[in-house]
Ligand binder design. Structure first.
Ligand code: NCD
Length: 317
């Protein structure tokens, strides 16, 4: 198996072979999770600490369940109440935690780069559960697994990522991953919600939904991330839904068997019509949640193996 990383900080440093390794192992965990006894001992004796400096429902629950199913001792730190300050505060927190000898640290933080910084201060494996607008690697991996299982492959697909690209770490990690796996990526949304320097991403950009969705295999919708906006990026939510909200009429431009994805949380009636989201023939949104647990189990299992190997060789500690 090829997976040489000490941490999972982003998709950027991963080799396509490493991505395949995670997804292949995750497939076996999907089977385990569907069985009545959902337990393995891959992380037995290990301690996993979840530190979420930003609100999260599914990602935190998913990491917690993943760790428990692999037999780790899992602790959730309540970080919301603590002062979200960068620099010394974050490093102090990291050093305090490090002294408790965790093996895996799962971190979500509102500042891009904060998780990377923290990983340099600790001895354990660090998993990025989302840092600012930067990366959200396990989300991209679970999306990739969902696509691979639905489409039977993860290359040469036409994939439209739609909506608030500029503020989205989900979009960024997905663009990196889908690009590495040789897919054609289209970004669809208003110019105000496109990141700067988009021309370097190797993508096609559309501001018209119908054109952007024409003949695609996958439609990935994103939430309008209002908490990251500091001004008027859209005229109104009503207008936005009219132009960019995914409804049956716009989806009809995609291939007949195109799947619809959304990382959650969804704003029904803003970026997606509720009926499309619930249509089990098109929407794979629930599968994404299921794949999330399996992918996180696979990622933590692989990092734990590397941690044990490094421990045996006397490096990293
Ligand atoms: C995403 C996130 O937090 O970046 N959600 C998630 O992890 N499922 C996307 C979002 O908040 O819109």
């Amino acid at each position: 198996m090829t997976f040489r990383q000490k941490h999972l900080l982003g998709i950027e440093p991963l080799h396509p072979e490493e991505i395949r390794t995670i997804l292949d192992l995750a497939d076996t965990y999907v089977d385990l999770n569907r069985s009545p006894t959902k337990h393995s001992d891959a992380l037995a004796g290990m301690t996993q600490i979840n530190m979420f400096f930003e609100n999260s429902t599914r990602t935190q629950a998913s990491f917690e369940l993943a760790g428990k199913r692999l037999g780790a001792d899992v602790m959730n730190m309540a970080m919301q109440a603590s002062s979200i300050k960068k620099g010394e505060t974050l490093i102090d927190t990291a050093l305090t935690l490090n002294a408790m000898h965790p093996d895996l640290l799962v971190v979500r933080h509102p500042h891009s780069g904060a998780v990377d910084l923290l990983s340099q201060k600790v001895n354990c494996a660090v998993l990025n559960a989302g840092d600012g607008r930067h990366e959200h690697p396990t989300q991209a991996l679970l999306d990739a697994l969902t696509i691979r299982r639905a489409k039977g492959r993860l290359h040469r697909l036409n994939i439209a990522i739609c909506g608030d690209i500029a503020h989205s770490r989900v979009a960024r990690s997905n663009i990196l991953l889908l690009h590495k796996m040789e897919n054609r990526i289209r970004l669809v949304g208003p110019p105000t919600l496109m990141p700067s320097g988009i021309s370097h991403f190797g993508v096609e950009v559309y501001d018209d939904m119908r054109e952007g969705l024409k003949d695609v295999d996958v439609v990935m919708m994103l939430r309008l991330q209002k908490e990251r906006m500091d001004g008027g990026f859209i005229p109104s939510e009503r207008e936005y839904y009219h132009r960019y909200g995914l409804d049956a009429e716009k989806l009809a431009y995609a291939k007949d068997d195109a799947i619809v994805m959304h990382p959650g949380p969804m704003n029904r009636g803003v970026e997606i019509d509720g009926e499309i989201a619930d249509d089990i023939n098109r929407s794979v949104i629930q599968e994404q949640v299921e794949m999330g647990v399996a992918v996180r189990m696979a990622a933590m299992d692989l990092l734990a193996r590397n941690l044990r190997d490094a421990g045996d060789k006397g490096v990293w500690v």
